[in-house]
Design a protein around this ligand. Structure first.
Ligand code: C2E
Ligand code: CA
Ligand code: CA
Length: 386
């Protein structure tokens, strides 16, 4: 994705006008010429071509474009620029088109015939809002926040689609401390666009979590086939349990099932997924094992445990952090470890950063660790430091 181009305050704001009605196009160009530097094109295709070169400040487009709907156009536009404001014009008062256009990020929807003065005011206002959006994004970048987050639905879709195209897998080892050995590898989602948590949230918002999950599972399987010995831990969002492809025995991941542990977080409730037990049983039948992720971070702990009957649990980073300084954490983890032992369930402590955390955990009987102390996630399976 290209960064938003900065408008030049010295020059006239640049307007991209798209309408296949030549008479209207000429009228608008004449009327707006004193206020805007205008590029006028007759089609969405021509507009998409003009976008990267134009450094536009605002777009004015007919909603019924030949060969591409206004909404489709908005999605394409957001691949170029997350902040470029769009005002749509329409000859018909179709409420549905208006609602979806606004939902997808059109700033305004004007019905023809409109008052040209009102339209000009709307365009001028849109340019100011664009300047604000660009400045806000730049300040977010300056203070180190993730400024890629798109402001609207079309932007989010573009972001998720771009991320899916650039998806990669980073691997982090899970180690047995007593054996000084890597016993498993956790696959962590990486993309050029944003961090995994934000990407998953965006995918959930725009209903693409299943596509994202499939892409990740394919990428994991491709890399996993070449992995060093050890189990392969794959994160699964509970919504992915609804994807039929997950239960297909012919996928690349299913063929690796005997090595794969599916990690399901207890942060979001499993109970909302219909027929969870049945789905979990089908996964087991394919040869997958299951782990309950982020133990200690969610509210649904016990219920999720009962539903999944996991082969392993992963203690959340927040529980592990500073365990050497906190008798309460130590006691809590001891109880969890004892319960896991009774239930014949392995227990991995995540986010181990300090030798003191490792030693405290080892003292109370925890042997499986994951964390920066041993290795940071990396695209090449990284060596663990013992
Ligand atoms: P998670 O499953 O709990 O993964 C562990 C996270 O802790 C990873 O963050 C990892 O890089 C980080 N981490 C590991 N060791 C340490 C440490 O010593 N200190 C600290 N501070 N952090 C450590 P990451 O890769 O940013 O992933 C964040 C979350 O995004 C994951 O948390 C998981 O919930 C989700 N996620 C990542 N990849 C996938 C995926 O393929 N599918 C799904 N559904 N979720 C994923
Ligand atoms: Ca995990
Ligand atoms: Ca976790």
């Amino acid at each position: 994705m290209q960064p938003a181009q900065k408008p030049n305050p010295e020059a006239l704001p640049r307007l991209l006008l798209i309408d296949d009605d030549e008479v209207l196009r000429r009228t608008l160009v004449r009327y707006f010429a004193p206020t805007f530097d205008i590029t006028a094109v007759p089609s969405a295709e021509a507009a998409i071509e003009a976008l990267p070169k134009g450094a536009f400040d605002v777009v004015l487009s007919d909603v019924h474009l030949q060969g591409m709907s206004g909404v489709e156009f908005l999605k394409r536009l957001r691949e170029h620029d997350l902040d470029l404001p769009v005002i749509l014009m329409s000859g018909e008062p179709g409420l549905e088109a208006a609602i979806s256009a606004v939902e997808y990020g059109a700033m305004r929807y004007m019905l023809k015939p409109f008052d040209l003065g009102e339209l000009r005011n709307a365009l001028v206002r849109a340019v100011s809002i664009r300047r604000l959006a660009v400045a806000r994004r730049e300040s977010l970048e300056l203070i180190g926040h993730d400024a890629q987050a798109a402001g609207d639905r079309a932007g989010l879709i573009a972001l998720v689609e771009n991320a899916i195209r650039s998806l990669r897998v980073a691997w982090q080892p899970v180690v047995s401390w007593s054996r000084r050995r890597v016993v498993a590898w956790e696959a962590l989602m990486r993309s050029k666009i944003t961090n995994p948590d934000a990407l998953i949230d965006s995918a959930l918002t725009v209903g693409r979590i299943v596509e994202l999950g499939r892409a990740m599972r394919d990428a994991v399987a491709a890399a996993g086939e070449l992995a060093p010995p050890g189990d392969l831990h794959v994160n699964l969002h509970p919504q992915e349990l609804l994807d039929d492809a997950l239960y297909d025995s012919s996928t690349r991941l299913s063929r690796l099932a005997s090595r794969v542990v599916l990690e399901i977080t207890e942060r979001s409730s499993l109970e909302k997924i219909p027929a969870v037990r049945d789905r979990v049983a089908r996964l087991r039948k394919l040869g997958f094992r299951l782990a309950l992720d982020d133990m200690g971070a969610g509210y649904a702990g016990l219920a999720s445990f009962a539903l999944l009957e996991p082969d392993a649990v992963k203690l959340d980073i927040a529980l592990v952090r500073d365990v050497h300084k906190s008798p309460t954490r130590r006691r809590l983890i001891s109880s969890l470890l004892a319960a896991c032992k009774d239930l014949k369930c392995a227990c991995v402590a995540e986010g181990v950063e300090l030798p003191a955390e490792r030693d405290t955990l080892a003292d109370i009987g925890c042997d499986l660790f994951q964390g920066y102390l041993f290795a940071r996630p990396d695209f090449a399976f990284p060596d663990a430091k013992f």
